[in-house]
Design a protein around this ligand. Structure first.
Ligand code: ZN
Length: 425
């Protein structure tokens, strides 16, 4: 860290990391988007002290250092509710195999720190990282490293190893005498799955991630189906055990075959949900089960994978509209890591929601207040309320006018520390 004018700047490459700035700050913005109230306020000042927002004021109080963002629109930092920081793109099975077989977990963890830097500089101050694809509990270490100031990065909510039964998840297809690593923790039978949940929580899992289905296909009448991975009893046991420990469950589920068992078990979010039938949508809306659409990864993998993935991409478009119309809570999630962090900006997800019928306010809320509610952190994250974490982003264009402005953040603050600031003009 070094001092630059009156402002402490977080240097990305700096070895030492400060936990909070010294002076209280007043961020002078042309527009301030209060996403919770859906109000475009401004010009005004967001006040920040000890890493927390302390209020919004018409003027900077005495003793506050002003950061001039008067040409910018300021809003809460973005939340991506579906990422894999330990993965660097796996459009094809070969790319996935390569990472698990040829990269050590320490090397993958180093790459994850780079991914986290990219996410942070794209305005994502919080990630729900759901499954580290064979990297043990390295996501817990990454989370702690951020919390303890060892590295800078988004705050992480982690799901550690994720769960699938034997034979339901890669790596697969290798010579039978080889002991290849698995991208998930395998668990079988209700008791075996309960034990796996307990072990993951014991090692620091904030969330439990399950793979509810695989093997997507179409019936002759055109309907999509898949292979449900777990028995109903296994999935019930997982959700019950997680909820007993005050942990929520995210279920990868692509077609109604997966949704049926996942929703019956009481999962808290459906991940991807490419094919949402009326029964699933109704149940999700009634029970406030969140949808994490991950449209950016869907668009990324459809070309390289081809076949049913092209059809799933089309279905995902209609499913999103159906869920939106039915009032299903939609938390922004991209599956970053499923696409390379350095090739696509995960903020593309915002415009995909607007393209499919969300208002700009709805899209911005999806990546802030709604995602924060999914995490159970609505008082603290994705909001400008007093006492909330001072996680803020600013854009030269108001995203209410052009939602793609979210892909061009010029200023990022996390926990009251400036991570990125506008280039001098
Ligand atoms: Zn994923």
């Amino acid at each position: 860290m070094r001092r630059l004018g009156l402002l402490f700047i977080w240097m990305v490459a700096a070895p030492a990391v400060a936990t909070s700035p010294v002076a209280p700050l007043a961020l002078k913005a042309g527009h301030i988007l209060d996403v919770a109230a859906q109000k475009d306020i401004g010009p005004a000042f967001v006040l920040v002290s000890n890493g927390r927002i302390t209020g919004i004021a018409p003027a900077a109080p005495a003793g506050f250092t002003v950061i001039d963002l008067s040409d910018y629109t300021l809003m809460p930092g973005f939340i991506d509710a579906h990422t894999h920081v330990l993965l660097q793109g796996d459009a094809t099975q070969a790319e996935y195999d390569e990472q698990l077989l040829k990269e050590s977990i320490p090397y993958r963890t180093l790459r994850a720190t780079q991914a986290m830097q990219i996410a942070l500089r794209h305005g994502f101050t919080t990630l729900r990282d759901i499954g580290n694809e064979g990297a043990g509990f390295a996501d817990v270490d990454l989370k702690h490293a951020v919390e303890r100031g060892v590295i800078s990065g988004p705050r992480l909510f982690v799901a550690t190893k994720a769960l699938a039964p034997t034979g339901a998840y890669p790596l697969s297809g290798f010579a039978w005498e080889l002991n290849v690593p698995h991208g998930v923790e395998l668990c079988d039978g209700p008791e075996g799955c309960r034990r796996a949940v307990r072990d993951q929580i014991a090692h620091g899992a904030d969330w439990i991630k399950v793979y509810a289905d695989r093997g997507y296909y179409r019936l002759p009448d055109g309907q999509f189906r898949s292979i449900p991975n777990f028995t109903q009893e296994e999935l019930n046991a997982i959700v019950d055990q997680a909820h007993r420990s005050r942990r929520k469950v995210a279920a990868h589920s692509i077609t109604p075959s997966g949704h049926a068992i996942a929703l019956a078990a009481g999962v808290d979010s459906i991940e991807h949900g490419d094919v949402l039938d009326d029964a699933s949508v109704k149940k999700m809306a009634e029970h406030k089960v969140y949808l994490c659409p991950t449209l950016t990864v869907t668009a990324y993998v459809e070309g390289p994978r081809g076949g049913v993935w092209l059809e799933l991409s089309k279905a995902a478009d209609a499913s999103f509209r159906r869920a939106l119309a039915a009032g299903v809570p939609i938390a922004l999630g991209t599956d970053a890591g499923g696409f390379p962090w350095d090739k696509l900006n995960q903020a593309e997800e915002f415009h995909r929601y607007v393209d499919r019928g969300m208002t700009p306010w709805q899209a911005l809320r999806s990546g802030t207040v709604v995602a924060a509610a999914l995490l159970g952190k609505e008082a603290e994250l994705g909001t400008l309320a007093s006492g909330a974490a001072a996680d803020l982003v600013a854009m030269a264009t108001n995203p209410l006018q052009d939602i793609t402005a979210t892909e061009r953040v010029a200023f990022v603050m996390k926990d009251g520390v400036v991570v990125l600031q506008p280039a001098p003009r």
